[in-house]
Ligand binder design. Structure first.
Ligand code: ATP
Ligand code: MG
Length: 270
C-alpha cells in the first residue's frame, strides 16, 4: 500500500526572478518524523511554505493525501495540515489564549463558536507547551521563548494529522528545547502524526528523527538515516565545518563535535 502522505513532484518555487527550489521531488510517508536541515538560505522555509500551500509553485505539484493540495478548500487544508512558521507576528494586545483559539477556526463553524471539544484542544495545547499560567498575557509582552511556545500551542491546537514545524526550538532554553523535541517525538510515535521539522541543531535532528533530508542551494543533496547524514564529508561539504563524529551509546545515535569552519579554499576543487 502506498502510504505517501505529503509529496512534491517536479516542484519549482521562487520569489520574483529568484528561483529558490529549481526542481524538487520529496515524498513523506504517513507516520514519518523527518528532519529538514541545511545551511541558511538553502530553501527550507520556502519548501515548508510551498508544502503548506502558502506559496504558489512555479511548476510542479504538492500532493496531500494523494490529491493536489491546490484542489482542496482552504479550511480542508487547515484541517489536514498545520504549519509553524519561522517568523510570526500577532496583533498588538492579542492574548495567548486568543492566539491559540485561532487554531480551532478550521474546526469551528463560520460563526467561530467554540465547542467543548475546541476548548479541550486549546487547554491541551496550552498545557503541553506549559503556557497555562501565561494564557491571559498579551503575546507581545512575552519573552522570545514564551512567544515561541505560544505559537507552538497554536499549531498543536489545530490538531492535524500533519505538522510542518519551522525551527520550533528557536529562542528556547535547552530545557524547553528538549521538552519540545520530546513532545514532537511523542506526537509522532504515540499519535502517529506525520511531522517535518526544520532544525539547525544537527545533533538534535539525529537524535529525534529517523530520517534527515539535507537541502543545499534549493536541492536535496542527502536523504537518509542520521548515520548516513552525520558524516565528516557531508558536514564539510554542506555545512562548512570540520567535525568529528562519534556514536552515543546512551541514545544510540551519532553525535558530532564541530572543530572549525571550513574555509572555501580548504574545500579543494569542487
Ligand atoms: N519573501 C522573499 N522574497 C525574496 N526572496 C526570499 C523571500 N523569502 C526567502 N527568500 C530567499 O530565498 C532563499 C531561501 O530562503 P529560505 O527562507 O527558504 O531559506 P532557509 O533555508 O529557511 O534559511 P534559514 O536557515 O536562514 O531560515 C534565500 O536566498 C532567501 O533570501
Ligand atoms: Mg528558514
Amino acid at each position: 500500500m502506498d502510504d505517501t502522505q505529503l509529496q512534491t513532484e517536479d516542484l519549482a518555487v521562487g520569489y520574483g526572478k529568484h528561483l529558490v527550489l529549481p526542481q524538487l521531488d520529496l515524498a513523506i510517508n504517513a507516520g514519518e518524523l523527518v528532519a529538514l536541515v541545511g545551511p541558511n538560505g538553502s530553501g527550507k522555509s520556502t519548501l515548508l511554505k510551498a508544502m503548506a500551500r502558502l506559496l504558489r509553485p512555479r511548476r510542479g505539484i504538492v500532493y496531500l493525501d494523494g490529491k493536489s493540495i491546490s484542489q482542496y478548500a482552504t479550511l480542508e487544508v487547515a484541517r489536514r495540515l498545520a504549519i509553524l512558521p519561522q517568523s510570526h507576528t500577532s496583533p498588538a494586545g492579542l492574548t495567548v489564549r486568543e492566539l491559540v483559539e485561532q487554531g480551532r477556526y478550521p474546526h469551528s463553524g463560520p460563526l467561530r463558536m467554540l465547542t467543548r471539544q475546541d476548548h479541550a484542544a486549546i487547554e491541551r495545547a496550552l498545557s503541553l507547551t506549559h503556557m497555562v499560567a501565561l494564557a491571559d498575557r498579551p503575546v507581545d509582552t512575552l519573552s522570545g521563548g514564551e512567544r515561541q511556545r505560544a505559537w507552538i500551542a497554536l499549531t498543536l491546537a489545530q490538531d492535524t494529522p500533519v505538522l510542518l514545524l519551522d525551527e520550533p526550538t528557536t529562542y528556547l532554553d535547552i530545557g524547553y528545547q528538549m521538552e519540545i523535541m520530546e513532545l514532537i517525538a511523542s506526537l509522532n510515535s504515540q499519535h502517529n502524526i506525520t511531522i517535518v521539522v526544520v532544525l539547525h541543531d544537527l545533533n538534535q535532528a539525529a537524535r529525534f528523527a529517523r530520517r534527515m533530508v539535507v537541502l543545499n542551494q534549493g536541492r536535496i543533496v542527502a536523504d537518509g538515516a542520521p548515520v548516513d547524514i552525520l558524516t565528516p564529508e557531508i558536514m564539510a561539504r554542506h555545512f562548512r565545518i570540520n567535525a568529528a563524529i562519534y556514536h552515543d551509546d546512551v541514545t544510540n545515535t551519532p553525535v558530532f563535535i564541530p572543530y572549525q569552519s571550513v574555509k572555501s579554499s580548504d574545500n579543494g576543487p569542487s
